[in-house]
Design a protein. Structure first.
Length: 361
């Protein structure tokens, strides 16, 4: 195995990458993988020989469980100067099947279905009023619209409306110099889990960083089955990168918000209990940023509102809020409202009883 390791803790500069890529241009190698040890934040280069399987090596070096992430892949069978000018080179095509990928060519002529169009336009207009939508984000919206086009949410909305609401939530709560990457990842967050899109599709169209975040947000169905959904999601979210957790919390916020108009009481009850359990676990075990706390607070407000007539859930939420000083929710307001509501219901029932009695005379 041919590995070039830089100094511990030092990120590769553009000059470093150029020097390394050119050093491997000897005819012996088909590719060079630039990867990062995300535990020590140590960059390295892995030269790939012609008799090695590039796809297997990409899978090996893009393994979150082993804290490895691929940053770029250069292909020695393509124009190196063109690749070095790209923002993120990612060319894994085996020898004899090489081509420069046009990120936008297949997206130009995509149109929205009639089912989606009105709602989609509303959400896009809402986004435009808050943020100048880049060409890359437009491409992600078009791609997500296409790949989710036959899917419907429980509330009857076209599925694409949900990822766009998640994009809105990320834009609302997260401030970052890399906001475009987060918004594109939010838009695509369900593509690997709920559609036929593959990791390599996302890499080729939107780059390895977006693809790695989307992969991080994708459920491992086998582990979910082994651990149970709530425990699996709790542990997974605790160990997510900060960016991925922002998107996951914004995803959960939109899902909880949809419960306001949900008529399936069994599903609603199950999802509320699951969310309460996950939020409690994160607050007790995860390293959370101020952004994470702010989004969790909004989720808790919705949970309290949806649970105010359920004493058991309301008590669990009260305990969680009172245990964590960073959560700024005045639970007494909701408690007082709940008690007033009980009084109103009792008075109303009393009036109905008196009215019923009066009919006997």
């Amino acid at each position: 195995m041919v590995i070039m390791q830089l100094e511990r803790g030092v990120f590769m500069s553009e000059d470093d990458i150029r020097r390394i890529v050119m050093r491997g241009n000897t005819g012996e190698y088909s590719h060079v993988i630039i990867w990062c040890d995300t535990f020590d934040y140590e960059d390295a280069a892995r030269f790939v020989k012609y008799d090695e399987d590039i796809n297997e090596l990409v899978s090996y070096y893009n393994d979150f469980s082993k804290m490895r992430k691929i940053m770029e892949v250069y292909n020695y069978n393509l124009d190196l100067e063109m690749q070095l000018r790209e923002n993120q080179a990612y060319h894994i095509e085996p020898f004899g099947q090489t081509k420069i990928i046009d990120n936008n060519s297949m997206l130009d002529n995509i149109s929205y279905s009639t089912l989606e169009k009105n709602s989609l336009d509303d959400v896009c207009n809402s986004l435009k009023s808050k943020f100048e939508i880049s060409e890359k984000l437009k491409a992600a919206i078009k791609y997500a619209s296409l790949i989710h086009k036959d899917q419907i949410r429980l509330n009857g909305d076209a599925y694409i409306i949900h990822p766009l609401h998640v994009v809105e939530n990320v834009l609302k709560y997260k401030k970052s110099k890399n906001i475009e990457t987060l918004l594109i990842s939010a838009c695509l967050h369900d593509t690997l889990e709920d559609t036929e899109a593959t990791y390599y599709d996302i890499v080729s169209k939107f780059g390895p960083l977006v693809a790695s975040i989307v992969l991080e947000l994708t459920t491992d169905e086998d582990m979910k089955l082994i651990l149970g959904k709530q425990q699996y999601l709790s542990i997974k979210m605790k160990n997510m990168s900060s960016w991925a957790l922002v998107i996951k919390l914004c995803d959960r916020l939109d899902n909880v918000n949809d419960l306001v108009n949900c008529n399936d009481e069994e599903f609603k009850d199950k999802y509320l209990n699951e969310t309460i359990g996950i939020i409690k676990y994160l607050l007790n075990n995860a390293k959370l940023s101020n952004t994470h706390i702010t989004i969790i607070e909004q989720i808790l407000r919705l949970l309290v509102q949806l649970s105010k007539n359920d004493n058991e859930k309301f008590e669990r939420l009260t305990e969680i809020i009172n245990q964590h000083s960073k959560i700024k929710i005045d639970i007494e307001e909701y408690s007082l409202f709940s008690k007033l509501l009980e009084v109103v219901i009792k008075v109303d029932k009393g009036k109905q009883y008196i009215k019923k009695k009066s009919n006997y005379f």
